[in-house]
Design a protein around this ligand. Structure first.
Ligand code: GLY
Ligand code: MN
Ligand code: MN
Length: 447
């Protein structure tokens, strides 16, 4: 399906030049920091399957995609020299086994000096003459792909690029709004498939059809979980058989537009009753967290507030007893909610730079006891992040509380009630604003 169904090329034609100007200026700083004169950014090489002659699905270098919307063009190079038009060495292999990349077209080629090459040997002729002034950015699995450039992925430069990628340009924000709209088409189709009683695999197929993504183009593997499977945080299977009884459905699935991702989770109950009421209650909890988001907020503190809210909820639904503080301190909330509240989102679903305190490599570690929190930095304007509280019955983690004071705070009867439903996660993608946020996901669901 044509991605232009989700965002108009006209809108992007207006926004893209300013995006490229921002990316250039970030690279100016990165090159200065690295004491280098040129950045050579590799799109990547396919990874071959052991003992065979086909490849794993290609995943482009996100640094390359930050310049231009090419997600499926291996062996291309973007060469940037401050003050000059960036050069795109565009590799169109003459290959009758595969389809070669299309002629560059659309809103983006005007920004580049495009050199089409048909042989890998012709690439070196388009690189800067003084390779010792170059830095190479990308994954190198064969030395030949770096053409003799010795400074590969210097952290001085990457720290700048990773930190600055946190805040999105207006072009990126428009792509990400569209990625949410695209993902929501899939979520609606998946909810219908769940209502119709379909298997995980058939729900997944309906999702892919509705977003128009072949599986390999999804930003991450769909999590399509019926019943207890919802308690597996990154549940990776899609069962082709329907369970004998269907009670609940957790779907964590996204979409991409021009390389930018959405990352959306919803949870559904098969029938009205206590579990569907709990989902409503959890939705309210998630909205309360979203309402806290604004420029200057320390995200780690919001994650800790979420633990407070989960503790209150566990008491309210009688799954645990005691005080909220004791539930947090003894590890009960972490057993029911063992992941972080959210992460930066962009070209990568877990975008880089979530722990960056500045552009020179200072790291902000997650708070003690919360190793999986991927975002610890202060929120800044136009960052796009996820807000994704969860609540699950994970026996592996609850078993670890056996024999500890926490065990006595658990109400096993109520846990037995909740276990067959797996868990609940609700995940929105939001853009940080001075006094709040723009919720791409809720906006798309209510359109
Ligand atoms: N879909 C993975 C995550 O929510 O982080
Ligand atoms: Mn997420
Ligand atoms: Mn997700």
């Amino acid at each position: 399906m044509d991605v232009n169904n989700y965002v108009s090329d006209t809108a992007l034609t207006d926004l893209y030049p300013a995006h490229v100007a921002t990316i250039k200026s970030r690279h100016d700083s990165a090159l200065e920091r690295a004491g280098a004169g040129h950045a050579v950014i590799f799109s990547g090489a396919p990874h071959g399957v052991f003992l065979d002659d086909y490849n794993y699905p290609f995943k482009a270098n996100p640094h390359f995609v930050s310049w231009l919307p090419l997600t499926n063009t291996p062996f291309c190079y973007l060469v940037y020299t401050p003050g000059e038009k960036p050069v795109l060495i565009y590799y169109q292999e003459k290959d009758y086994w595969h389809v070669s990349p299309a002629k560059p077209e659309g809103y983006w080629p005007d920004q580049f000096d495009i050199r089409i090459v048909h042989n890998l040997d012709d690439i070196a002729g388009h690189l800067p003459e003084s390779l010792d002034k170059c830095i190479f950015i990308g994954e190198v699995n064969e030395d030949a792909h770096a053409f003799g450039i010795e400074r590969i992925n210097p952290m001085t430069a990457l720290n700048v690029l990773h930190f600055e990628r946190g805040s999105k340009t207006h072009y990126e924000l428009e792509c990400m709004r569209s990625a949410s709209r695209r993902g929501v088409l899939g979520h609606r189709a998946a909810a219908r498939a769940f209502d119709a009683g379909k298997s995980e695999f058939d729900i997944h197929l309906d999702y892919c059809r509705a977003v128009g993504h072949p599986e390999n183009d999804l930003p991450y593997g769909n999590i399509v979980a019926l019943n207890e499977n919802g308690a597996v945080l990154h549940y990776q299977h899609q069962d082709t058989d329907k369970p004998a009884a269907i009670r609940s459905f957790l779907i964590d699935a996204g979409a991409r537009v021009h390389g930018y991702a959405s990352d959306i989770t919803r949870t559904y109950a098969k029938r009205d009753g206590e579990f569907s009421e709990l989902i409503q209650r959890f939705d309210q909890l998630q909205r309360e967290l979203v309402a806290e988001v604004k420029v200057g907020l320390d995200f780690a503190s919001l994650h800790l507030l979420c633990h407070q809210k989960i503790a209150d909820l566990l008491l309210e639904i009688d799954v645990a007893k005691g005080s909220a503080e004791a539930l947090i301190e003894s590890g009960v909330t972490s057993a029911f909610y063992p992941h972080g509240l959210g992460h930066l989102l962009g070209i990568q679903v877990h975008d880089v730079g979530g722990h960056s305190g500045d552009d020179s490599g200072t790291l902000i570690e997650p708070p003690d006891g919360h190793p999986f929190l991927r975002l610890t930095r202060l929120l800044e304007a136009d960052q796009v992040i996820t807000i994704e509280p969860g609540l699950y019955v994970i026996d592996m983690l609850l078993d670890e509380l056996n024999g500890a004071p926490a065990e006595k705070m658990l109400n096993q009867k109520r846990i037995d009630w909740l276990r067959p439903y797996g868990g609940i996660r609700i995940e929105d993608n939001v853009r940080i604003l001075a006094d709040g946020c723009e919720n791409f996901t809720r906006d798309a669901f209510s359109a």
